[in-house]
Design a protein. Structure first.
Length: 413
C-alpha cells in the first residue's frame, strides 16, 4: 500500500528496571521449589521528539482504566511496598514461576465419596464431556457414580502440577493516540543487569547441555525463560464497542457485517440486514488483540540486534544452555513429569522423558505493530512472567535484574 502523509514519532528510553528473584532454598528446576520472582522499584521513562504531533502517549489511571494526560513523554515510576500509586502499577514482588493451562484438567474423586465438601464443585463425565453437578438438586453423591473435581480450566494460571493459582505478573500499561489512522511499531530492548548470578549445581547429567556435566555449576539467563504478552484494545466503552468512523452510503454494504446500531435500551444490534441511514450512528466491536511472545525472541539486545545472552551487561555469568531442558532435568531427579512436559498426568511415566512441549512457547517473531484509528484511545498492555514450563527455566533464573526499553515509531496511513 502506498503511504501518504508519512509522520513518525519515536518514543525512546522506557527503561523499566525489573528485579527477578526466587527463594534461596531452590535446588532444582522451578517445578521443584515454586520459585518466587520479585520485581521491585520498576521505573521507566518514555521520552520522545514530537514530529508533526501525530502520536501521543499517556499513563493509565489504574482502577479507572482510562488515559491520563496525553503528551510526547511519560514517566513510569515503580512504587515502594505499601505505597498507593495513582496512575498505573509497575511494581510486583510476587512474580511466581507459572504457566497458562492449555486444557481443562479434572481429578477423579475417591470411590467412597459420601458427601459434598463445602465450597467445592463436582462434575460427572460422559464420553470426555464433563457436566457440573447441581448440588441443590443432588444433595449427596449417588452410589456407583464417579465424580470429578476440576483442577484447572483452560486459560488458568497453573503451577508445576497443573493446579490453579493466582497469576502474578509484572504489568505495565500505556495509552496511544494518533491524530490520523496508521500503525505504531515497537522495538523492545532487554538488558540483563544481574551483578552476581546465583549458580546452581547440576545434580544429574540429564537435561543439561553437553558443555555441563553432573557436579559442575552453571547459570541460565532468565530472559530465555520469560514470556511477554502484549494486548491492544481500541476503544473501551463498557460493552466493548466504539463509534465507527467514515461510514457512508457508498461503503456501507461492504462494512455492514462488521457494524452495529444501538437500540433504545442501549443494546447493540447487528446492522447486517439494515440499509444505510444518514441519521444512524454505527458502532464496531473494539479491537482486543492479544499475542504472547518468547521474550528473548521478541526482544533486541543492547546492540539492537537479535537477543543474545553474550550481549547483555551480565553476559559473562551465563552458560549457553540452548540444548538443555529443565523438564528432563526435573523428571530425572523426582521421577515424574511436571506440567506441560511429555508424560505429564500419565499414570505410567516410565517411558516419558519430561521434555518440554510447545504449548506455552509463544510466538518467535517480532512484536506485531499496533493499528491505530484516528483520535481513538488505544490501550497497550505488556505483561511479563517467568514461564515455568520453559526448557530453560532452571533454578539459576532466580535473583536476576533486567532493564526494558521501548521505542515506538508511528507511520500514518
Amino acid at each position: 500500500m502506498k503511504l501518504k502523509g508519512i509522520s513518525k514519532l519515536v518514543l525512546a528510553g522506557t527503561a523499566l528496571a525489573a528485579t527477578a528473584a526466587t527463594l534461596t532454598t531452590a535446588t532444582y528446576a522451578w517445578y521443584v521449589t515454586n520459585k518466587t520472582v520479585t520485581a521491585t522499584g520498576v521505573q521507566g521513562q518514555v521520552a520522545g521528539e514530537a514530529l508533526e504531533g501525530s502520536l501521543f502517549i499517556a499513563k493509565d489511571k489504574g482502577a479507572t482504566t482510562e488515559p491520563g494526560n496525553y503528551g510526547t513523554e511519560i514517566t513510569l515510576v515503580g512504587i515502594e511496598r505499601g505505597t498507593d500509586l495513582q496512575e498505573g502499577n509497575y511494581y510486583n514482588d510476587q512474580l511466581d514461576a507459572q504457566s497458562i493451562a492449555t486444557a481443562d484438567i479434572y481429578d477423579e474423586c475417591p470411590a467412597d465419596l459420601a458427601a459434598w465438601a463445602a465450597n467445592t464443585k463436582y462434575y460427572t463425565e460422559d464420553a470426555g464431556e464433563y457436566t457440573l453437578v447441581d448440588q441443590t438438586a443432588v444433595t449427596t453423591p449417588a452410589a456407583g457414580t464417579t465424580y470429578y473435581t476440576q483442577r484447572c480450566a483452560k486459560g488458568d494460571w497453573v503451577d508445576k502440577e497443573g493446579k490453579k493459582i493466582t497469576g502474578s505478573l509484572l504489568t505495565f500499561k500505556m495509552w496511544l493516540k494518533a491524530s490520523a489512522a496508521g500503525t505504531a511499531s515497537v522495538i523492545l530492548t532487554v538488558d540483563n543487569k544481574t551483578e552476581a548470578a546465583i549458580k546452581q549445581t547440576a545434580l544429574t547429567g540429564s537435561g543439561l547441555p553437553n558443555t555441563i556435566t553432573q557436579g559442575s555449576q552453571f547459570a541460565v539467563d532468565a530472559v530465555t525463560a520469560m514470556r511477554l504478552r502484549v494486548t491492544q484494545q481500541n476503544g473501551l466503552d463498557a460493552a466493548g464497542y466504539l463509534e465507527a468512523t467514515g461510514v457512508t452510503s457508498t461503503n456501507f454494504d461492504d462494512l455492514k457485517n462488521k457494524l452495529y446500531t444501538k437500540s433504545a435500551g442501549d443494546e447493540y444490534v447487528p446492522a447486517k440486514d439494515a440499509t444505510f441511514s444518514d441519521s444512524a450512528t454505527y458502532y464496531e466491536k473494539a479491537l482486543l488483540d492479544s499475542k504472547t511472545y518468547q521474550l528473548d525472541k521478541a526482544a533486541k539486545d543492547v546492540t539492537g540486534g537479535a537477543y543474545d545472552t553474550t550481549k547483555t551487561t551480565a553476559a559473562s555469568q551465563f552458560n549457553d544452555l540452548a540444548s538443555g531442558d529443565a523438564g528432563v532435568y526435573f523428571k530425572n531427579i523426582l521421577g515424574y513429569a511436571p506440567y506441560n512436559t511429555s508424560g505429564f498426568g500419565a499414570a505410567d511415566q516410565t517411558s516419558t522423558t519430561g521434555a518440554s512441549t510447545d504449548g506455552n512457547t509463544g510466538a518467535a517473531n517480532a512484536i506485531a505493530s499496533f493499528t491505530l484509528k484516528e483520535n481513538v484511545d488505544t490501550l497497550v498492555t505488556f505483561e511479563v512472567w517467568l514461564e515455568g514450563s520453559d526448557a530453560q527455566c532452571f533454578d539459576s533464573c532466580k535473583g536476576q535484574t533486567f532493564d526494558f526499553d521501548f521505542k515506538y515509531t508511528f507511520v500514518a496511513a
